[in-house]
Design a protein around this ligand. Sequence first.
Ligand SMILES: Nc1ncnc2c1ncn2[C@@H]1O[C@H](COP(=O)(O)OP(=O)(O)OP(=O)(O)O)[C@@H](O)[C@H]1O
Ligand SMILES: [Mg+2]
Length: 259
Amino acid sequence: MPLLHVDDVVVRFGGVTAVNQASFEVESGTITGLIGPNGAGKTTCFNVITGLQAPTSGRVLLDGKNITRMPVPRRARHGMGRTFQRLEAFGSLTVEDNVRVALDVHEGLRGMMRPDDEATFQRIDELLDRVGILGYAEERADSVPTGTARLLEVARALACNPRLLLLDEPSSGLDEAETDAFGNLLLELAAEGRTILMVEHDMDLVMRVCHEIHVLDFGSIIATGTPEEIRNSPVVQKAYLGYSEDETAELPVTEEVAR
Ligand SMILES: Nc1ncnc2c1ncn2[C@@H]1O[C@H](COP(=O)(O)OP(=O)(O)OP(=O)(O)O)[C@@H](O)[C@H]1O
Ligand SMILES: [Mg+2]
């Protein structure tokens, strides 16, 4: 059984159908890509999965359980974590305090930690180190580079020990070396048994780390396959580039072209 099943989801905003009968699955322990042109409905899908957006119709199943109407905090307790395309860190707090808040909410309220314990400091350092931003621990979150703020969101999501991690364009703002390291981190997280669903425009990263890719276009899933299959799919090439000749080049491999 897949860990996540998005089943025939429709989201309408007035006259705009942002998600149009989208169905896809995410297998446990894999890295799955959700890609598609701008405005395809990727972030809206994430919002439905995480509970920020009620679907017009359709269902979301986590481990076979229908969570379509489950409130956001309960989804977090069921092991769902996410990052946001538009950064959502607490700007006036330091990088480490952003992670402390997440740990506090996740564990502290259940009496399992205290924000000022040595163990908590250690845990925060481990999380920041894991995503490669320990050097920024004491900086205010609104003063760090965008790429660092994105990694901070990943650290904050990891603080809640998610089994399903949804990442919305995590590599934007990262340079090539940082993206490389980030890809390695994703592979490590999957090897630990975490499941990752990632919206991402950097096709090099998507092709390198994803086990399976779903392609959204105008709110509908138009292709599902391995990186190789997606790269060579005429349907996908048409969605991205507006043409579909079989002999055309591969799917764009740079962020610039993909956008
Ligand atoms: N709250 C909203 N109200 C009205 N329309 C919305 C809302 N949110 C999204 N939309 C519209 O729904 C469609 C899908 O948007 P969405 O943000 O999900 O796309 P996306 O695939 O994440 O795009 P991008 O790659 O640019 O982030 C777009 O046409 C967008 O303008
Ligand atoms: Mg988006």
